[in-house]
Ligand binder design. Structure first.
Ligand code: ARG
Length: 470
């Protein structure tokens, strides 16, 4: 296939004869993005194939030329997949690397590929194709994460766990209810990514360098070939918009917020002070010096990596804020932020899914006991009185006093005798003991979306059918 008659495109030739001397080697290195934008190669090839087909369709090149280009690009794809395509800094970026190799493979016709196109609309196209794929895979990962949490929740409807506000014991919960809170967060993350996808899936191809092109191109045809929902209406906007990347980073940051909060809880739960979970060997590590230790490295790393995802969001926002229209080389800086965001979030989601699936075990005996050892049933005493006609605020004050005297006496509410209850208020009867038992305390919170067992079971089945329907 090598056409010896044709000179391979050098960087100099690509930039036209205007340039007389080569780049300083350090500047070439500084300028190059090939070290990271090789990540886009499959999308660059796909985008270029669509462009070549369009050029042939509208008659800018012949059908045979179109076919040669498409086949040559396909050959590069195979070379890349087999590990034979490894362009260096001299190629500057993935776009030049592909064009140069194409010309080596198919000869001079390779030099026609870039007709009616600029690297500006090209890189925008590649990045959107890449992100579109990543969003689809991330959404799938979120579904798996939800499925694992939901399965775990289904096993723990009857397991109780202290609920906290201000990290102070507040009211006991069904553990399933606690886990379902994360299923809901992941649901919004999944939906949010679906919304972002709509604005990622627009084609800038055919915007040219900034102003469109003199050739009779068909932008809607390339958009259709590439599966874009629509085209950018304005060429300047098409080549310079990075809102889509920022929006994605924002959605990614929120995923990390959720994963990081769960991480923090797992870390606390695994401590000896809480002892709500045991970490399995498959997901924890030991200390090099303290033989008794088992460390929650996975959630700690997830919590730690959250910072860099936030950092990339900030980086992208600052990158954009002062840029005049249209393309500026600054935009080359969007890629590492985006790629690292994608890789980090995907790795964290995978690790947390494994952790929740097989890396930890809840300790129901310990959890059920924990909720019996505190005053988290105090609200229920007040509710008990209020249900018997005592105004809530009055009941609340009375119970506050009971808690105070009980604490001083080293007693829990369940330890008070009926006489003691009745000296507090004559409305107390023997059913107070049932009313403040942790299981009853949970069960009684039967308002929609609450932790009552009936509500939790209904929520579990809603979450199940939601997963099944998508
Ligand atoms: N490597 C460049 C980037 O990532 C490709 C676009 C270059 N365009 C240009 N006008 N220099 O942004």
């Amino acid at each position: 296939m090598n056409n010896s008659a044709s000179q391979p495109l050098t960087q100099q030739q690509t930039w036209s004869q205007r340039f007389e001397s080569a780049l300083h080697p350090a500047i070439a290195q500084f300028n190059a993005s090939i070290g990271f934008d090789i990540e886009l190669i499959e999308y660059d090839l796909t985008g270029s194939q669509a462009h070549a087909k369009m050029l042939a369709k509208v008659g800018i090149i012949s059908p045979e030329e179109g076919e040669q280009l498409v086949n040559g690009l396909e050959q590069i794809r195979q070379e890349y997949r087999q590990g034979f395509f490894n362009p260096g800094v001299d190629a500057e970026d993935v776009h030049f690397a592909v064009e140069r190799r194409l010309t080596e493979l198919v000869g001079d016709v390779g030099k026609k590929l870039h007709t009616a196109r600029s690297r500006n609309d090209q890189v925008g196209t590649d990045t959107r194709l890449y992100l579109r794929d990543q969003i689809t895979q991330l959404r799938q990962q979120l579904r798996e994460f939800q499925t694992v949490l939901l399965t775990l929740a289904e096993q723990h409807v009857e397991t109780l766990i202290p609920g906290y506000t201000h990290l102070q014991r507040a009211q006991p919960l069904s553990l399933a209810h606690h886990l379902l809170a994360y299923v809901e967060m992941a649901q919004r993350d999944w939906e949010r990514l679906g919304d972002v996808y709509k604005r990622v899936n627009l084609s800038p191809l055919g915007s040219g360098a900034l102003a469109g092109t003199t050739f009779p191109i068909d932008r809607h045809y390339t958009a259709e070939l590439l599966g874009f929902d629509a085209v950018y209406e304005n060429s300047l906007d098409g080549v310079s918009d990075r809102d889509f990347a920022i929006e994605f980073s924002c959605a990614a940051s929120l995923i990390m917020v959720h994963l990081s909060r769960l991480s923090e809880e797992v870390i606390l739960w695994a401590s000896e002070e809480f002892a709500f979970v045991t970490l399995k060997d498959s997901c924890s590590t030991g200390s090099s010096i303290m033989p008794q230790k088992k460390n929650p490295d996975v959630p700690e790393l997830v919590r730690g990596k959250t910072g860099r995802v936030f950092g990339h969001l900030q980086g992208l926002l600052v990158l954009m804020k002062g840029l005049p229209l249209a393309y500026n080389k600054d935009l080359q800086e969007d890629k590492e932020a985006l790629f690292d965001t994608v890789k980090t979030v995907r790795a964290c989601l995978e690790a947390m899914t494994i952790l929740m699936q097989e890396g930890l075990e809840f300790r129901p005996t310990r959890l059920n006991a924990a909720v019996a050892e505190d005053f988290s049933n105090a609200t229920d005493v007040a509710d008990y009185l209020a249900a018997k006609g005592v105004p809530f605020r009055e009941a609340y004050n009375l119970v506050g006093k009971v808690v105070k005297t009980s604490l001083a006496a080293g007693k829990l509410l369940k330890d008070l005798t009926l006489e003691e209850w009745q000296t507090i208020h004559p409305a107390f009867e023997t059913d107070i003991y049932e009313a403040i038992a942790p299981r009853q305390v949970v069960s009684a919170r039967n308002s929609y979306g609450g932790t009552g067992f009936e509500q939790v079971k209904a929520a579990l089945s809603r979450a199940r059918s939601r997963l099944a329907s998508s």
